[in-house]
Design a binder for this molecule. Sequence first.
Ligand code: FES
Ligand SMILES: [Fe+2]
Length: 455
Amino acid sequence: MSTGKDTRAAGRAGAEYQALLARDSRPVPQVLASQSPEDLGTEPLSAARYTSQAFFDLECERMWPRVWQVACREEDIPEPGDFHVYDVVGRSLLVVRLADGGIRAYHNSCLHRGRRLATADGHAQNFRCGFHGWTWNLDGSIRSVPCRWDFPQLSDDDLRLPQAQVGTWGGFVFVNMDPGAAPLEQYLGVLPLHFERWRLEDCYKAVHVAKVIRCNWKVAMEAFMESYHVIATHPQILPVFADASAQYDVYGEHVNRNLAAFGAPSPHLGEDAVAPGEVVEGMLAMMGRRRPAGGQPEGEAGARAYLGDLNRASFAKAFGGDYEDVSDAETIDALVYNVFPNFAPWAGFAPNIVYRWRPNGRDVGSCLMEVMILKRCPTGQPRPRPVRMRLLSEAEPWSAATELPVLGPVIDQDMGNMPHVQDGLDASATGRVHLSRYQEVRIRHFHRTLDHYLG
Ligand code: FES
Ligand SMILES: [Fe+2]
């Protein structure tokens, strides 16, 4: 039964985004000029998935230790002995660069009486436990034990640091604590093929900002999986963002995506409500840029082509290389992929946004959200050093991170919902959450996969 007068059929939504691509000023790569919809039905979700300690504990026990998850960027640990401490739901891994350039992940727990071997990122020749001094080589073999004679029960083999699996893709280091897990390549499904052209491995981490948010980690993540909330949460971008024309695709178990057009007005505003010139002005204002002299965009495709031209020229200037064959869509649109459970890299050639969400320790009601921006390594120059993560305090809004110029204030609008969603779920009379059939299919897809792990 329908209660609205919106007669746009669900099937049309992806078609609208595809129609925009068809009018792009450049040929659009096939991975974008295609759809992979999946109808996952209309069943409600239980609110307890976000609020119950028992459900959270099940995720900690059955999901987190069995999935491939991003630990850091390869460039975060460039030299032998560089290491990163990756913590998730009370587990901790030491992700280490070895002398031969390989990467290993050791469980960050001393085999003697359990002290964490490292508490923060750093560089080491070997890992020496601060409690009694047991020491390991970078390759995980035991180096020395004070009064070794007093541990006749332990061989060198017993004293090898237990490892998690390690894989790399797109310049990211992934880890998986399940020794029996299928390889990363298999887990990622279509992702490597889709990103072949966008080569995130040729980028460096230019921005990395994080903040603890008072809501379940899935509440935060799912707020970034659909454009449906834009009408109420970010109404100021409606003149430049075709929210309700967005496309949603599902690929196998672990990957889904949302393709949404910037440089085209929202269907909510009605046809011809925003002139192409106003779209361009709105986009330039949002990006904090001035319109160059000359040239007036004509029609919707004209506005996108105009913005595409500006971006192609500015990317070439900033990073070197040739962007002439890059489509308008790849320079302006929100092309957001999610990899189960918690990693979301943007596709295309605009500086690529990357999101990651993790529970805050073992707290069902708070999480850590991270926003990174990857920029292309300038051609012919040494790879710029990546930034370190900046953790915002509870009092600091995302807009305090001036390195997120456009994004910060928009994310603050999202944050305006989060604690209230968590509180509202706790207060729910029905114990149910209803999802739209098309525009929120990625959330449904996520929960289906989560159930497979929990089952
Ligand atoms: S707990 Fe690490 S050496 Fe004793
Ligand atoms: Fe948002």
